[in-house]
Ligand binder design. Structure first.
Ligand SMILES: Cc1ncc(COP(=O)(O)O)c(C=O)c1O
Length: 425
């Protein structure tokens, strides 16, 4: 019987000091992953840029890691822009995404000195140009394209199907050219195209196919319309291991294949691509984080044996939202035989609040600590205070030391927006 350690600190000690549920990040894993992307995603043919997608998990401590590694940052809202700014991020290295940016958000981006903005649709493209025209600020502008590349992932994380919500269809080349020409001589500088084909994708071939199509589009713009497209972003979406069945490629292999695909496409199209970017989110934060819960009651219902824990869909909506799967252990029984089958149920009042549908564990008892792996991406960032249960605390751990980077949401926090005030009509 062994006790699970993260960053050389026993999980039992972290739970005792910070309470549960607790999101624990292994700082070294985050650092190594960003460094690996920075080292391996490089080419003698073009510049490269690694842009961390902060929607996966964004807080000052995480942004610090991005800054330290010299990477850039992707934000998708005025709120994420604000977090980037107050976290001391170099705003020149920020890319502002999203499909429905308000004029207020666009103004905030300009005011904060955000270097780059990615328009999702023609109306938004024109609004960005008009908003920038009213200010003294300059900003680089890119356009999101839907390259229509099918990748194997969940329906909710596919973003490049024919009828997807995001981007302008790659089929509309003429309309795209007309749109880009409206940006000439304005405060914005058109830099090129962006694509993001989905999330939790394992096949490098899907990204390479998208890269080929996108470079084809750049070539068409350069040759037929004299529109320079020096930058190309291939987005994020690189998969991680959640369960034993998942087999994602190593970062090194993935980068090598992406670079090779990009180089070949650029050479054969003869385009003047200056820079290629990628935007990993999940693959940087995902498996660096895990959640520790305290086991409560056990219940047999039909042929199911439920093990209830003190968190659930409020701190991790992914299983309820799109059937995401996870693996787990009892933190104080590492290495023990796992001969009991449980359904890990959360404490929220929803039948769908099931964290793991089939978990093999040693015999568990009340008070045990259950550790769910790879919860570092899209768990905390999608968390809610449903059922009046505050968000969990987040701790960063490294070399035997731990630091609380997000405190637990308290009951009083749940009331801080409450106000009873007449609205003058
Ligand atoms: C535009 C864009 N870039 C990057 C990402 C990050 O994706 P992932 O976390 O799967 O790497 C997303 C995720 O939705 C996205 O929409």
């Amino acid at each position: 019987m062994g006790i699970m350690e993260i960053g050389k600190v026993p999980v039992t000690r972290l739970a005792e000091k910070c309470g549960t549920p607790l999101l624990i990040y292994d700082e070294e894993k985050i650092e190594n992953k960003i460094k690996s992307y920075m080292r391996n995603f490089s080419s003698p043919l073009f510049q490269t840029e690694v842009v961390y997608a902060s929607k996966a998990f964004g807080c000052p401590a995480m942004i610090e890691k991005v800054k330290d590694a010299g990477a850039s940052l992707d934000v998708v809202s005025g709120g994420e822009l604000y977090i980037a700014k107050v976290s001391g991020m170099n705003m020149e290295k920020v890319y502002f995404h999203g499909n429905n940016k308000t004029s207020e958000e666009i103004n905030t981006a300009l005011e904060f000195g955000c270097g780059n903005i990615v328009a999702d649709n023609p109306e938004e493209f024109r609004t960005i140009i008009e908003t920038a025209a009213c200010t003294k600020r300059k900003i680089n502008l890119m356009l999101r394209i839907n390259p229509k590349v099918a990748a194997h992932t969940h329906e909710y994380t596919v973003t490049a199907a024919e009828d997807s919500k995001f981007g302008v269809s790659i089929d509309h080349k003429e309309k795209i050219a007309v749109l880009i020409k409206t940006a000439a001589d304005k405060k914005v500088t058109f830099k090129g195209f962006h694509s993001h084909i989905g999330s939790q994708i394992f096949e490098a071939s899907a990204f390479i196919k998208a890269a080929g199509l996108m470079i084809g589009l750049c070539s068409y713009m350069e040759k037929e319309h004299d529109i320079p497209c020096p930058w190309l972003s291939l987005g994020g979406g690189f998969g991680i291991k959640y369960t034993a069945e998942d087999d994602p490629p190593e970062t090194e292999t993935l980068c090598r294949e992406l670079i090779r695909g990009g180089e070949e496409a650029i050479r054969s199209a003869g385009v003047k691509t200056e820079k290629i970017m990628i935007e990993p989110g999940r693959s940087i934060a995902g498996d660096a984080g895990c959640t520790v819960y305290k086991v409560g009651y056990e219940k047999i219902a039909g042929d199911k044996r439920y093990l209830f824990v003190d968190g659930g869909m409020g701190d991790n909506i992914r299983p309820a939202l799109y059937g995401a799967e996870y693996s787990c252990d009892l933190a104080e029984h590492m290495g023990d035989t796992k001969d009991k089958e449980y359904v890990i149920g959360g404490k929220y009042c929803e039948s769908g609040d099931i964290i793991i549908r089939k978990a093999m564990l040693p015999e568990a008892k009340k008070g045990d600590l259950l550790i769910v792996y790879s919860t570092g991406a899209y768990a905390y960032s999608m968390s809610s205070c449903y059922n009046g249960t505050g968000r969990p605390a987040v701790v960063f751990v490294k070399d035997g030391r731990a630091r609380l980077v997000m405190r637990r949401e308290k009951k009083e926090d749940l009331m801080y927006l409450a106000k009873d005030q007449e609205v003058k009509i």
